[in-house]
Design a protein around this ligand. Structure first.
Ligand code: SAH
Ligand code: SF4
Ligand code: F3S
Length: 444
């Protein structure tokens, strides 16, 4: 019987992309996927270190994985337990110290070694936990197998790492310095994704709009150039990119929102705070006026464009006045979706040792106020969609028979009951009802 793998992914879209590439490698090794952890011969956790809770979750999951592995052992079945991702980069050997039954742990830049490590682990039952957290001099993408579409919507990593060093953030330490793939590499991967069924590509990077990959003549090209190149490919219906850093929103990138018709009218552009004092302490390199100017230019480039953002409340030194400025930005931009978090102290980052840390109680109160306002805008936008016709890309089966879940151009989830075979297709749908988190619709 074929061996099975089970992967649980935490964190950002980059981790989702990495997990799909790890799955490609395991398939090449003859493994098949299972959604049931108890059936898996290899269990892998692809981890996130961004906030304290995200990292702690790993150790409770590992404890559970060990119990399941023990039960399997009673039935004569071996289980390999592996950990990948940003927690590994941050914790290194500590992972094996805290969870000695972990067979291997690889950082986000070393996961291309998983097949080799796996073979070693399977052939040598007495092996010790293998840990690899190097920052390699080579490009990990060169060592990955050719990938196939992850479905009708696929992620495509074009850039990895970050040089921005926002003072709260672990990413520059876990993913290392910024590194862009070449234009050719990205275009080839996009062509393969389209040939195997992708209709929508989301270009990914921790700081995707700082992309500066080389073209075939060795000339550095930016994200605007790359978007135009990919938009030209036959068969592609939708294009997106995420996540962008405000200070890197160049005018030619903004112009893409006017000139490229398959670029979806939705952009995630995290502001984090509306207070210039806090933005400076965060080392964000933009003021709230800079940010609002960029949004104004984007809305002028495509009047249909809508925005989403990330926010941190309770950063060290944040006063009620600073927080009120964040609410002002929300009221000006009118985000249709957003992620908001209480500031989490991450060891090794400058903000973790700043004085004037904000009390937990105050953070919670501010988060409640911010989320109420954000949900209000999100609900209003969803409700305003009722009665409109939208092209929806269906990519997931719903809970009931005949139910499909798709994405609107604005990344809203939309459910329909359908008799036809509309999976992996873009269909025009009339929106019939809305809640804060999703829409329902009818085929026309
Ligand atoms: N590269 C992206 C996002 C990286 S992490 C960017 O620059 O915007 C995703 C989000 O997690 C961040 O936008 C931020 O809002 C949040 N985040 C990162 N570090 C955090 C911390 N220490 N505490 C709370 N939220 C944090
Ligand atoms: Fe983190 Fe800032 Fe880089 Fe985003 S831009 S990954 S928040 S350091
Ligand atoms: Fe988390 Fe690493 Fe992404 S810390 S948010 S998985 S880059």
């Amino acid at each position: 019987m074929a061996k099975k793998y089970y992967i649980k992914t935490f964190g950002c879209q980059m981790n989702v992309y990495d997990s799909s590439r790890i799955a490609d490698m395991l398939k090449n090794e003859g493994y098949i996927e299972t959604q049931k952890q108890a059936d898996a011969d290899i269990v892998l956790f692809n981890t996130c270190h961004i906030r304290e809770k995200a990292a702690e979750k790993l150790f409770s999951d590992l404890g559970r994985a060990k119990l399941i592995a023990d039960e399997r052992a009673e039935n004569g079945l071996d289980t390999v337990i592996g950990v990948a991702g940003c927690v590994v980069q941050a914790e290194d050997e500590q992972i094996i110290k805290r969870a000695p039954y972990v067979d291997f742990a690889v950082g986000p830049l070393m996961y291309y070694r998983i097949p080799e490590i796996l073979r070693k682990v399977v052939s040598d039952k007495k092996h010790k936990g293998i840990v690899d957290t190097d920052f390699p001099a080579i490009n990990k993408f060169d060592f990955l197998p050719e990938n196939k579409a992850q479905g009708a919507c696929s992620y495509l990593a074009v850039q990895e790492g970050c040089n921005n060093f926002c003072t709260y953030c672990v990413v520059p330490y876990t993913r290392g310095a910024e590194c862009s793939r070449t234009v050719k590499e990205v275009v080839e991967e996009a062509k393969r994704l389209i040939a195997t069924g992708t209709l929508e590509i989301n270009l990914l990077g921790q700081n995707v709009n700082s992309y500066h990959g080389e073209d075939e003549n060795g000339k550095e090209r930016n994200l605007a150039y790359l978007l135009h190149k990919i938009a030209e490919l036959d068969g592609l219906k939708r294009l997106r990119y995420t996540t962008s850093y405000p200070a890197d929103m160049s005018d030619d990138l903004i112009a893409c929102h006017k000139d490229i018709d398959i670029l979806m009218p939705y952009l995630h552009l995290p502001v984090q705070s509306g207070s210039d004092k806090i933005l400076k302490a965060m080392n964000r390199r933009h003021t709230s006026a800079d940010y609002l100017k960029i949004v104004e230019k984007l809305y002028a480039a495509n009047p249909k464009l809508k925005m989403s953002s990330d926010f941190i409340v309770g950063f060290p030194g944040e006063t009620d006045e600073d927080f009120a400025k964040t609410l002002e930005v929300v009221n000006k931009v009118k985000y249709i979706q957003a992620f908001s978090f209480k500031y989490s102290r991450r060891p090794g980052t400058p903000a973790a040792v700043m004085e004037n840390q904000v009390e937990e109680k105050v953070k919670k109160e501010r988060l409640d106020v911010l989320q109420t306002l954000l949900f209000d805008y999100q609900t209003k936008f969803n409700e305003a969609c009722v009665g409109q016709t939208m092209p929806v890309l269906f990519e997931q089966k719903g809970r009931h028979k005949g139910q499909l879940i798709g994405r609107t151009p604005y990344m809203q989830n939309l459910h329909i009951e359908t008799k036809g075979d509309n999976m992996n297709k873009i269909i025009d749908v009339v929106v019939t009802a809305a809640t804060t988190n999703s829409l329902s619709g009818k085929e026309i």
